[in-house]
Design a binder for this molecule. Structure first.
Ligand code: PBG
Length: 327
């Protein structure tokens, strides 16, 4: 039989499989999303995300130290305020929940890298990602509030800001505001390719941020579109984004690859709450092997072209990497 090429030769044992492995992963690529809330002495489990919690600030450092010990070097902070209003004032308040969390975290666990989600939906009474004009979000008025939010985060100690609102021009507005205040070296990771997705369902329960009316389709992207995602990514790079994010991850891996090929900044992918909830639910039923699924999902994101992976499974993945189960 004339068969020169036998791909199975390179799969003969673990040694050779590892030698020819194309995707190498490292814990430094992982970012863990973390919810903080007012109050004290409590961590509340998020019902649709078993194993994920909202933390009060006094017990936050404990969780942060645990992450640091596991080798997860960075977190993405989300705030859940006690009070919401029409203009989302808690988002940019000096003593807002994220601002307070940052000060505490920076003081008690200074070695982690702190990224903040910059958006208004957790802070507005109507649950939309900006201020309203009638039934729609007023893009340009929202830019000023997003810029104030980003600046207040950086002043409170954020190492990086990540706008997730999907308003046009927000990266430029935030860049100019940070630069004018002297924060020229603080990077912006833009949720540039963010789809209007049902995969965010559990997050909205966690953050109590579901829109009171309508949906987010006038600002988040239509999931049928791909070229529009490239447009968003390119615009944000022009506006000064240092990193481009694609979100959700699992059903949008084509976009991770395309963005990676089209722009010359690092690409991040966010495995969102609904992805976590689906895996968790099936695992709790005993229907899938959770650990192996989590490893495959992670590898697929890096294989598609991401350098950064945001996931609620960051701690588990760090352990799997230590154990040599992936990497
Ligand atoms: C805020 C924001 C959302 C998520 C991250 N930032 C919710 C949304 O846009 O509705 C979703 C994260 C997740 O589902 O894990 N705009």
């Amino acid at each position: 039989m004339d068969m020169r090429m036998r791909p199975r030769r390179l799969r003969g044992n673990e040694m050779i499989r590892k030698m020819v492995r194309e995707t190498r992963m490292d814990k430094s690529s992982l970012i863990y999303p973390l919810f903080v809330m007012e109050g004290s002495g409590r961590k509340e489990e998020i019902p649709s995300m078993p194993g994920q919690y909202r933390y009060t600030l006094d017990i936050l450092p404990e969780k942060l130290s645990e992450l640091a010990d596991a080798g997860v070097g960075s977190v993405m902070l989300f705030g859940i305020p006690d009070h919401k209003d029409e203009v989302g004032s808690g988002a940019y308040a000096e003593d807002g929940i994220v601002q307070k969390a940052l000060r505490k975290a920076k003081e008690e666990v200074p070695d982690l890298y702190y990224i903040t989600d910059v958006c208004m939906c957790e802070y507005t009474s109507h649950g939309h990602c900006g201020v309203l004009c009638g039934q729609d979000v007023d893009n340009d008025r929202t830019l000023e509030l997003l810029s104030r939010t980003a600046l207040s985060h950086v002043q409170a100690g954020a190492d990086m800001v990540a706008p997730s609102d999907m308003m046009d021009g927000r990266v430029l507005a935030i860049r100019e505001t940070l630069d004018q205040a002297g924060y020229t070296n603080t990077p912006i990771m833009s949720y540039a390719v963010k789809y209007a997705s049902a995969f965010y369902g559990p997050f909205r329960e966690a953050a109590d941020s579901a829109p009171a009316f309508g949906d987010r389709k006038t600002y988040q992207m239509d999931f049928h579109n791909s070229r529009e995602g490239i447009k968003e990514a390119m615009l944000d790079v022009e506006e000064g984004a240092d990193i481009i994010m694609v979100k959700p991850a699992m059903s949008f891996l084509d976009m991770v690859t395309k963005v990676h090929d089209m722009v010359d900044v690092p690409v991040a992918a966010y495995s969102v709450s609904g992805e976590y909830a689906m895996v968790k639910a099936a695992a709790m039923k005993g229907w899938i092997d959770e650990d192996r699924i989590v490893c495959e999902m992670a590898a697929s994101v890096f294989r598609a072209g991401a350098q950064i992976y945001l996931t609620y499974y960051a701690e588990e993945l760090a352990r799997f990497m230590d154990e040599g189960r992936i990497g």
